[in-house]
Design a protein around this ligand. Structure first.
Ligand SMILES: Nc1ncnc2c1ncn2[C@@H]1O[C@H](COP(=O)(O)OP(=O)(O)OP(=O)(O)O)[C@@H](O)[C@H]1O
Length: 784
């Protein structure tokens, strides 16, 4: 306020303002000044125009009642004023600055905002809610305490320790009002604060507003559906069709329109506005014709409204006259004469380098971290579930995935044994006898120990095979065995010919001079014929491996028994592996990827859920209006959820150790990578919650990204087996390089200096920075 203005009344100040040319300086002296505001929603082709060249002037120290039908755009206008939505065109000055501009203090504690929705954490008590908003507005605990008592008493609220969720809708709105009043801001913006409030309390709320505005230090903009309660306002703005039909004091409006009530004034103004439009229906014409509207003199200096057939009435009063900035309607304003005046230069707001470089304020961070921890505490059951989930999932993985299948049925036809008795069941390995009634000599495999003189070598091979925990079912005929495979009763049919042993022994006698027919016969008879069910790759690969391994053991045993070196038939020697177990298993391969996927996606679910709750309940919006920045909100969540992630990381590594999964490398390096991946998931969760509007879409996005990630990041299948194009793309996904890195730490024992390992760390770090930056950008710039 200018020194010269101090001490003069609001009415005098307003008159003075109306008489002087409109300049940036005069606009900055108002609490709020909106000029030629244009705002639309929707597509370019069919825009839904909400503000259409609206002008509004709210002098400091006044109570401004913003009235209008439901859906006329009051909330939209207010959220543009507090800097949470952007105009498509036009300008807004709030407390001397442009909302959202550096150093304007808006959003910030200078503005108290009570949105239409309750915008409170339902799990918190009244006291906790007030403390949160007090702290983010820079108040100390000592300052808040007496205020809490006053507001509870004044707004007739129940005990301060009552949970918000246990309050009635009206009580919740009063707590919301208390949060806006708490820090006594310079500008109070209240969106329907008196809904559901009984008349006595409504009156005392108005009395309170009148009291705080009296000395000019507070300005109130209030929207309400109870038109007549705004009689106590200093100014009323009647909004319709994207503009203000009038902006006057209640008494002046009643006088000008010769009306008893403000509702009547609104009705008359609406009719005036409609007259300018082409008559859309005869009914509307009949209605408007039946109501008499007085000739209204316009304030000095303004031309009469020009109701031509193609234009609409803008109906502005005083300074509010202004042309729609974008629509092609006919202008009825004389303001252009004012606009052509040379405007004084814009005041530069002091904005130091320190302010620019400050990433977060300690009071905001304290309040946000406290709120997040309190939220977790109030949802302790859910938090325990979230922390326990990775343990449960890793246990499930270790118990169910990657172990060799056992008990697979093999259909055996061993023609070396007598018919009929081939169906007998064999006892477990090493007790290699048949459980047959009256077994004859030919009906049992005749030996346990290996002996060069044996006449049934097929039995020796089968014993070795049986030791690998597969089930051998005996059939008389090959066709029966094959049918067993066809019917799914067995995974393979194996046949030993009648002369298997003899032919096998004859193999060593084969020379180039042997009759080829005899040689061929001998080779055929000494072969084990196998028919596999290859419909399941894992099982058929395993059976092939078992058959090769059994054959190797069998030949080595026979060679030894016959006095040869066991390596006689070994032409390839697999030595002790350089990395990994002698018998590799899928668990060891998949474990690193599975661990990272679990930690990553649980973090996505946790953060996106928490952020969406905060945003959809309006708490985020309200905090941002109080001056909290997107960066601070994210940092607050990162701090709290990092703790959850630490617990999850320790749990995941602990379960891995418990199940004896190989961790050859440093436990610390592996844990840090798991933790970083969780952090990366957390930041992805922020992105998910920023780009989606509700939990359902967030779930679709998170689920939609889960499977491609699992498939493309080399978690269940080596990247080397992918299509060439996909392989290239896969390296740009968040879990690919980190999975490879963790696998190298766990299976190969590689340290951080190995490129594969540190590239995994670098890639995860880059993704964290990208996701975090992108979500900060979205929070900051994704405004309606
Ligand atoms: N984010 C949005 N996207 C598209 N349309 C929107 C959006 N927000 C509001 N609208 C539309 O803009 C119009 C004005 O909404 P707004 O909430 O500002 O009205 P209001 O005057 O505050 O209504 P009420 O008094 O019922 O709260 C409505 O038609 C609404 O459907």
């Amino acid at each position: 306020m200018r020194d010269a203005d101090i001490g003069i009344s609001l009415v005098e100040r307003r008159q003075k303002f109306l008489q002087q040319p409109s300049t940036v300086w005069t606009r900055k002296q108002q609490a709020v000044c909106v000029r030629r505001a244009y705002k639309k929603y929707g597509e370019k082709k069919s825009p839904n125009v909400i503000l259409d060249g609206l002008n509004m002037t709210v002098p400091k120290g006044c109570i401004y009642g913003l009235l209008g039908a439901s859906g006329c755009g009051k909330t939209t206008l207010l959220s543009c004023i507090v800097g949470r939505r952007r105009l498509n065109a036009g300008e807004i000055w709030v407390l001397g600055g442009k909302p959202g501009s550096a150093g304007s203090g808006v959003p910030g504690p200078r503005v108290g905002y009570m949105p239409q929705e309750v915008a409170l954490n339902k799990e918190f008590t009244i006291r906790e809610s007030l403390f949160f908003f007090g702290w983010i507005n820079g108040m100390t605990t000592k300052e808040i305490n007496p205020k809490v008592d006053f507001l509870i008493d004044f707004l007739m609220l129940p005990s301060a320790d009552r949970s918000i969720k246990n309050l009635s809708g009206g009580q919740q709105r009063r707590v919301s009002l208390a949060c806006a009043l708490l820090n006594e801001p310079e500008l109070l913006i209240l969106d329907e604060p008196t809904v559901g409030v009984d008349p006595v309390l409504r009156q005392s709320i108005w009395d309170h507003l009148v009291k705080i505005c009296k000395d000019g230090s507070t300005t109130v903009i209030i929207t309400t559906h109870y038109i007549d309660e705004t009689r106590q306002a200093n100014l009323i703005g009647l909004m319709r069709g994207g503009r203000l039909l009038a902006e006057e004091s209640p008494d002046e409006l009643l006088r000008k329109y010769n009306s008893e009530s403000l509702e009547n004034v609104f009705l008359k103004l609406s009719i005036i506005q409609n007259r300018g439009k082409r008559r859309r229906s005869s009914i509307l014409h009949d209605v408007t014709a039946s109501i008499s509207v007085p000739e209204v003199p316009l304030p000095t200096g303004h031309v009469n409204m020009n109701f031509d057939a193609t234009s609409e009435i803008s109906g502005e009063f005083g300074e509010t006259i202004g042309p729609p900035s974008i629509s092609k309607r006919v202008s009825i304003s004389n303001e252009p004469t004012v606009q052509t005046l040379d405007l004084p230069p814009d005041d530069e707001i002091e904005w130091s380098l320190k302010d620019r470089l400050t990433l977060f304020s300690s009071c905001h961070m304290r309040a946000l971290i406290w709120k997040n921890f309190l939220w977790m505490w109030r949802n302790v059951g859910m938090m325990m579930f979230i922390m326990g989930l990775p343990i449960f999932q890793i246990i499930l993985f270790c118990l169910s995935i990657g172990k060799d299948p056992v008990g697979l049925h093999l259909a055996i036809v061993n023609e070396e044994l007598a018919r009929g008795v081939r169906n007998c069941t064999y006892l477990p390995p090493r007790m290699f006898q048949k459980e047959c009634e009256n077994p004859g000599n030919d009906s049992v495999c005749p030996f346990i120990e290996y002996d060069c003189e044996v006449d049934k070598l097929s039995c020796q091979f089968l014993e070795v095979l049986q030791r690998r925990n597969q089930k051998l079912d005996y059939y008389d005929e090959l066709e029966q065995a094959k049918n067993a495979v066809r019917r799914g009763k067995a995974w393979a049919a194996l046949k030993f010919s009648e002369k298997f042993t003899e032919a096998l022994k004859n193999r060593s006698d084969l020379t180039p001079s042997t009759d080829p027919v005899l040689a061929d016969l001998s080779l055929n008879q000494s072969e084990i014929s196998v028919w596999l069910d290859q419909s399941n790759q894992q099982i058929s690969l395993l059976l092939q491996r078992d058959l090769w391994e059994s054959l190797k053991t069998f030949t080595a045993s026979v060679a030894t028994a016959c006095g040869y070196t066991p390596r006689l038939l070994d032409t390839i020697q697999f030595n002790k592996p350089i990395y990994g177990p002698v018998i590799p298993n899928f668990t060891e391969f998949a474990a690193p990827g599975v661990m990272l996927t679990i930690v990553h996606f649980l973090a996505v679910a946790l953060t996106s859920g928490a952020m969406l709750i905060e945003r959809n309940e309006g708490i985020l919006e309200r905090s941002l209006v109080s001056g909290v920045t997107g960066t601070e909100v994210l940092l607050g969540h990162v701090t709290c959820q990092f703790l959850v992630m630490l617990i999850q990381t320790v749990a995941v590594i602990g379960v891995t150790l418990f199940f004896n999964l190989t961790i050859q490398g440093s436990l610390l390096t592996a844990s840090v990578l798991v933790g970083l991946t969780g952090l990366c998931g957390m930041c992805f969760g922020f992105v998910v919650s920023s780009v989606t509007d509700n939990e359902r879409n967030a779930t679709y996005l998170a689920l939609g990204s889960f499977l491609p990630m699992v498939m493309l990041c080399g978690i269940i299948w080596p990247i080397e087996g992918m299509h060439k194009l996909l392989r290239g793309f896969s390296y740009f996904l968040p879990l690919t390089l980190s999975t490879e890195s963790l696998r190298s730490i766990m299976a190969r024992g590689w340290a951080l200096y190995q490129p594969t390992v540190y590239i995994g760390f670098i890639s995860t770090f880059i993704w964290i920075v990208f996701f975090l930056g992108f979500s900060i950008f979205l929070i900051k710039f994704k405004k309606g």
